[in-house]
Write a protein that binds this ligand. Structure first.
Ligand code: PRX
Length: 690
């Protein structure tokens, strides 16, 4: 059904005449059609694109759905396998009613993702090609590594890790900013079959400790400090606290490998625990620059990445090797229309999934040149991104709507003073991009020349699931458009029934794709409960989605208790638990509220312990509690004093009402008669501006 549906779109009802010109007639510049809000790629772009038309997309999409095994094994054959997978390319059960959820791709195939990303590209003659350009926090601070030199650095670290006893299947926690050493550390783990768990270096000591306790790493890799704009952050101190904290839970880590980030902090000012702490620069360069590969099964774990869910405990999303490798490489290639001369820059940090799949693995597997940027886009001024684009002649630029919106506020001049002529494709990820930000990105940043790949996906999906393929389809500002090859999105109603045609509902995925996560670390039951039980037979994304009359997908945001702040996923329960850990907080309820720049802001209703007076100081100390327990990025934007919370008679907090109060939609509060104490609502409204 779905296939037929998508196929019918190849002759889109609205603007069908214009669609056909994608193949033949488009001349000149991309044009924006106000009439049906379609933005067409230029003929020039489409002509050179890997997927130049809806028809070509359909041909490939059809094949990927009708013969997934054939489609994906053909692609997988372009990579190196020490031993090919067995006769079964994939096996899956996505239906809880039929037994445990299981997804396997290329099982029995023996490979190594580091080998495929580095050695294979070097053997193909690309050893001297730049793999990574590194741009530091300050203007003029930079560096680069060719594929050959990157491999040497990876091998040295891999040898060291082996030397300290890290073996296949062991976990290594990486807590680093965007230095080249971050992808180096990831690849070194992959080379020896160790499981990396990168923790974003903006998480607090408590959060880091929680993750260390969960995955019990053999080593932690960090650096002494980082500069973010004018600020210096002492990362090693955070790691020290986290290690002390995890030791209390019985998890002690023997090695803390520390890179001396000289531009941020001198080693002599760094606190040091002899025996445990090791300077990277004193040790790693001593090791040999070649290192034997640990060949692993396609289904052996590659990494763990913790993400927020609707309970306080972060989920350890586990990705395996083979399917993830093929999927990130293929999605990168098609969604960015990647060609070997491209210079690619993704502004995401490797601490998030975007940095895993589309800074490190996807691009390097394609032999691409990537930029790793340590600084912040507003430093030394809001033109920094375009300065970098011009400096490295960036052709593919991938970022988040929150950044687009914040730069948009600074005015066009910061953009237009740079040439940006090299840009070819733009990308967006992390949250729905509102049409006005889309248009600014398209018109001002991309000079109305570059298609925008608005990629919808998740930590769990490993790679893009719904994304435009630049040049293939006309775009609609704000829509992630159509599924990637092999992906069957369905929209279901509350009862889990698929809805066809123009509709909105819950976004689910039917059948697996190679990059899907395989479990939640140590908690397969939670994996099944969260993702596969809500709508049996499907993977449930947690997102709402509508499909318009032309079949374009429009993501509408999370439908669970997860908030998306500047593209960072934060569980309301995590923030609530941090707030109630404060001795003067009796109860807290957190909701997301629209935020001009961040997409969503964090709005916390807080009930204090009896007799404690409201004060600005208390507000600050509550915020500090969240910063300390989670990290600065999770600090509430607003704390609303709440003498009581709206609860049903059974004690359930009615968040629907809180969301309306937070967004000042007071005439839409709905039925409040089921509340145990309806007066609470008036009290809350009265305290709105306190
Ligand atoms: O709500 C969706 C939103 O981000 C969530 C996934 O967050 P995370 O696992 O942290 O991964 C972020 C980077 C992939 C999704 O459930 N999201 C991500 N990309 C988009 C999006 N919402 C709308 N449009 C997107 N392009």
């Amino acid at each position: 059904n779905y296939l037929r549906h998508v196929e019918s779109l190849a002759v889109l009802p609205s603007g069908a005449g214009k669609i056909s010109h994608l193949n033949a007639v488009i001349l000149g510049e991309a044009l924006a059609s106000e009439e049906n809000d379609l933005v067409f790629p230029s003929e020039e772009f489409s002509r050179q694109a890997l997927v130049p038309s809806p028809m070509k997309y359909m041909e490939m999409y059809r094949r990927s759905i009708e013969d997934p095994a054939g489609f994906w094994s053909e692609i997988a054959s372009e990579f190196y396998w020490k031993q090919k997978w067995g006769t079964t390319v994939y096996s899956e059960n996505l239906d809880v009613r039929k037994g445990p959820i299981k997804i396997e791709w290329f099982k029995g195939g023996i490979t190594n993702i580091c080998y495929n990303a580095l050695d294979r590209n070097i053997e193909a003659g690309n050893g001297d090609k730049i793999a990574i350009y590194w741009e530091g926090n300050d203007l003029g601070q930079d560096g680069s590594l060719t594929y050959s030199s990157l491999l040497e650095k990876v091998c040295q670290l891999a040898n060291y890790l082996k030397d300290i006893g890290v073996r296949k299947g062991d976990a290594v926690v990486i807590y680093l900013p965007m230095l080249m050493e971050l992808p180096i550390a990831m690849l070194a783990c992959a080379r020896i079959g160790a499981i990396h768990s990168v923790v974003f270096a903006g998480f607090s000591a408590d959060s880091l400790a929680q993750r260390i306790v969960d995955c019990k790493p053999k080593a932690v890799i960090t650096c002494n400090a980082v500069r973010r704009g004018p600020k210096v952050i002492h990362l090693k101190d955070i790691v020290d606290d986290a290690l002390a904290e995890s030791a209390k839970s019985g998890v002690s880590v023997d090695v803390c490998l520390t890179y001396e980030n000289q531009s941020a902090m001198n080693r002599h000012d760094t606190k040091w625990q002899k025996g445990r702490d090791i300077w990277w620069q004193d040790t790693i360069p001593e090791y040999p620059t070649t290192c034997e590969i640990e060949w692993v099964d396609a289904e052996d774990p590659l990494f763990l990445l913790y993400t927020s869910g609707s309970t306080g405990k972060p989920k350890g999303v586990l990705h395996t090797t083979g399917g993830y490798m093929i999927y990130t490489a293929t999605t990168f290639k098609y969604a960015f229309d990647y060609k070997p001369p491209d210079i690619y820059w993704c502004t995401a940090d490797c601490g998030w999934i975007t940095g895993h799949s589309y800074v490190t693995y996807g691009p390097l597997l394609n032999g691409a040149t990537v930029i790793v940027f340590e600084g912040v886009p507003s430093y030394p001024d809001p033109g920094r991104c375009w300065n970098i684009v011009d400096k490295y002649k960036v052709t593919l630029f991938y970022t988040a709507p929150t950044l687009v919106r914040s730069l948009m506020r600074e005015g066009d001049e910061y953009v237009t003073r740079y040439s940006r002529k090299s840009l070819r494709v733009l990308g967006s990820v992390g949250e729905p991009i509102n049409p006005s930000a889309w248009r600014w990105f398209f018109n001002i940043v991309g000079d109305s020349r570059c298609p925008i790949s608005d990629t919808w996906w998740q930590t769990e999906t490993g790679g893009f699931l719904i994304t435009p393929l630049p040049g293939a389809w006309p775009q609609k500002p704000g829509s992630a458009t159509f599924p990637f090859f092999g992906v069957q999105p369905v929209i279901v109603d509350e009862k889990g029934a698929e809805i066809e045609g123009e509709c909105s509902g819950y976004l689910c995925i039917k059948s697996s794709w190679p990059g899907a996560f395989r479990t939640l670390y140590g908690d397969h039951e939670r994996y099944e409960t969260t993702y596969f039980k809500p709508f049996p037979g499907y993977y449930f994304s947690g997102d709402g989605c509508s499909r318009d009359k032309d079949g374009y997908h429009w993501l509408t945001g999370r439908v669970d208790d997860v908030i998306n702040v500047s593209g960072h996923r934060i569980g309301t329960a995590e923030v609530e638990s941090a707030l109630v850990s404060h001795p003067q907080c009796a109860e807290a309820a957190v909701v997301g509220v629209e935020h001009e720049v961040k997409g969503q802001g964090i709005y916390a209703f807080v009930t204090l312990v009896d007799g404690v007076p409201y004060s600005e100081e208390l507000r600050k100390s509550l915020t500090l509690a969240v910063r300390k327990q989670i990290g600065p990025f999770a600090a509430p934007d607003k704390i609303h004093w709440a003498p009581g919370l709206p609860k049903t008679r059974s004690g359930k907090i009615m968040r629907r009402i809180l969301r309306k109060i937070a967004s000042r939609q007071l005439d839409e509060l709905g039925d409040t008669s089921t509340l145990a104490d309806p007066n609470v609502v008036d009290q809350l409204i009265a305290l709105s501006d306190c």
